[in-house]
Design a binder for this molecule. Structure first.
Ligand code: NDP
Length: 321
């Protein structure tokens, strides 16, 4: 037997029960991993609440790093003892996880388990947003909401490495300091940010808004954009954006709106490995700082989720089994 978190009903953090579960051998194509660090993500809160439906009972979590302790049939490219990480390892809130080996990547020696678990989901998200959804360059002014959050800090650093001008939004002076530390050129509060973005861009507007906040920022984000600008809605930390009349995009200056998701940008092993090797390369060379905002014992995952939902966190929260 080993320990895991099991949720049997939708609801609050009290549904996340630390309990014993059966040990199982990895199936064909899987590896069994002794988990060293687990990333906490918003999607786990939505799933716990039933906003996104999952089969119950359910072991939450998807993002972790750890050591391979057994390989299933057909897995000949990984060995016992390898250090691996994944953003798609269902049932990550556990001491041991069986995971599709194709969804794992090797962790280089110069990247720690904590950095890997802290960067897989948000780092890959930041990577696909600024490389593939809207390829950012030195000629661009980008707006990034929640600039001191997990994705926000990483995306700000990546956009700065590409030479862009970065404007972020944050809710507190402490978060402003963090966002500036990540390289943001201008850090705004959420009040009337669209007016300030226009001022900062000589009335033109930003080229792209990366918006993971959603409901409370969407309308102002549209008003922050230049003609033919890109509205990249990638999350809903404040709630889902209500239905939207597409015709309005014309009057707002032929805007583009997209709602991308990580899985569509890491569909093949080649794409996953390309993004991860760039991400780990930046981390290992010290160009990208993965800020760990808090470390909780696995059994306290409910408190970690509440902290994330309560807007009090900066950077990445980790669980340690
Ligand atoms: P963050 O660490 O950014 O935390 C969310 C932040 O959003 C808060 O810290 C807060 O920052 C801001 N916020 C604004 N309004 C609210 C509110 N009402 N309630 C809570 N937070 C609020 O989280 P992550 O980096 O983990 O994720 C950011 C977003 O990206 C999430 O929406 C997540 O679901 C999404 N995501 C999307 C992916 C994709 O592929 N589409 C993949 C990964 C994440 P402040 O106080 O400064 O406003």
């Amino acid at each position: 037997m080993s320990k895991a978190i099991v949720a049997s009903e939708y609801g609050g953090p009290e549904q996340l029960v630390y309990t014993e579960v059966e040990e199982t051998a990895p199936g064909p194509g899987e590896v069994r991993v002794k988990v060293a660090a687990i990333g906490v993500n918003f999607i786990e809160i939505y799933r716990r609440q039933g906003v996104y439906q999952v089969p119950l009972p359910n072991v939450p979590g998807e993002e972790f790093a750890g050591e391979v302790v057994a390989c299933g049939d057909g897995v000949n490219w990984l060995s016992v003892g390898d250090r691996v990480a994944t953003a798609k390892g269902a049932g990550a809130y556990a001491e041991f996880v069986n995971v599709d080996a194709l969804q794992t990547v090797r962790i280089p020696d110069d990247v720690t388990y904590e950095q890997a678990a802290g960067a897989m989901l948000q780092g890959l998200t930041a990577h696909y947003l600024c490389n593939s959804v809207f390829p950012v360059g030195p000629e661009h002014t980008v707006v990034i909401h929640a600039g001191a959050g997990g994705v926000g800090l990483l995306l700000t650093q990546m956009c700065k490495l590409k030479g862009a001008t970065v404007i972020t939004t944050v809710s507190t002076p402490e978060k402003e300091i963090l966002s500036r530390g990540a390289g943001a050129d201008h850090v705004l509060s959420y009040d009337d940010f669209e007016v300030k973005v226009r001022e900062l861009t000589a009335g033109v507007g930003a080229d792209v808004v990366f918006d993971g906040v959603g409901k409370s920022t969407f309308e102002q984000s549209l008003l922050s954009l230049r003609k033919r600008g890109w509205m990249v809605l990638f999350g809903a930390a404040s709630g889902l954006v209500p239905p939207f009349e597409l015709h309005r995009l014309n009057g707002l200056g032929s805007l583009v709106v997209t709602r991308p998701g990580l899985w569509d940008f890491t569909e093949t092993s080649d794409e996953l490995n390309w993004r991860t090797s760039e991400l780990f390369g930046l981390i290992g060379s010290g160009k990208l700082d993965v800020r760990i905002g808090g470390i909780y014992p696995l059994k306290d995952c409910g408190a970690a989720q509440e902290a994330l939902a309560g807007r009090g966190t900066t950077g990445k929260l980790l669980l340690i089994p």
